[in-house]
Design a protein around this ligand. Sequence first.
Ligand SMILES: [Zn+2]
Length: 64
Amino acid sequence: MDKQLLDILACPRPGCKTKLRYSQERMELICPGERLAYPIRDGIPALQIEDAREMVPEEDVPPA
Ligand SMILES: [Zn+2]
């Protein structure tokens, strides 16, 4: 995942727009505030609200 690209990616939810964090382990982009995880498919982040899943409580948010 391109670091520069990651720097400009924000949560697509209206009113959120939090900078996303990258989980290499799970190949996801995480909104830390809402604990939503957006998948990365074939190297392309799927930043649609309908693509996101809610993280389970056991999962850790990746560090910034
Ligand atoms: Zn968000």
